[in-house]
Design a protein. Structure first.
Length: 181
């Protein structure tokens, strides 16, 4: 618990705050949010693993977040007189900008857009299917080139792998599902 000594401010006089021995800003912060300070912090890179992050106690996660924040301030080269909301908001905005740039790079990548297009097409198919008519939707993961090769290799359509998956495995098998496709 921090001990505060305050003198009644007179014009031109400053207020003095002292923390008791052994306690500092770190302990004071944890006291305000009703957490016990972490006694030790392992390697910060351990928090890159989602499982390790979810299993870590809240105090350890907060300590790691504070460590990253302090490292960012140190790297910025700015002289910081005090941590205030404006400074924290500034660094949050920088992180938000970095994440936005990375997400934009992923979302505008050609391969991602192709995969997204395929999933949107599948969603449209599922959304426009009337399942009241005893319809069952199954998804077969096959590339167009593999499907084309399958049709070229089969002397007749009924000997193709696609025919086997969609008809033979279902309708030529005893006790197979008889739903419409």
């Amino acid at each position: 618990m921090s001990v505060t000594t305050e003198n009644a401010p007179v014009q031109g006089q400053t207020t003095l705050q002292e923390n008791s021995a052994g306690e500092g800003v770190y302990a004071s912060l944890f006291e305000k949010i009703n957490l016990a300070p972490a006694s030790r912090l392992g390697d910060i890179n351990d928090f890159l693993d989602d499982a390790a992050l979810s299993e870590a106690p809240a105090a350890e996660r907060l300590t790691a977040a504070m460590q990253v924040f302090m490292d960012r301030i140190r790297q910025s080269g700015q002289r910081v007189e005090k941590l205030d909301k404006t400074l924290i908001d500034h660094h949050i905005a920088e992180l938000d900008f970095q994440i936005s740039r990375q997400l934009d790079a992923v979302m505008h990548h050609q391969e991602f857009q192709q995969v997204e297009s395929l999933w949107r097409g599948l969603k449209q198919l599922v959304d426009n299917t009337d399942y009241r008519q005893n319809v069952k939707t199954e998804i077969l993961d096959v590339a167009k080139d593999d499907l084309r090769q399958d049709f070229e290799d089969a002397p007749e359509l009924i000997q193709s792998g696609l025919y086997w998956h969609t008809y033979t495995a279902e309708y030529d098998t005893p006790a197979a599902s008889r739903s419409a496709r």
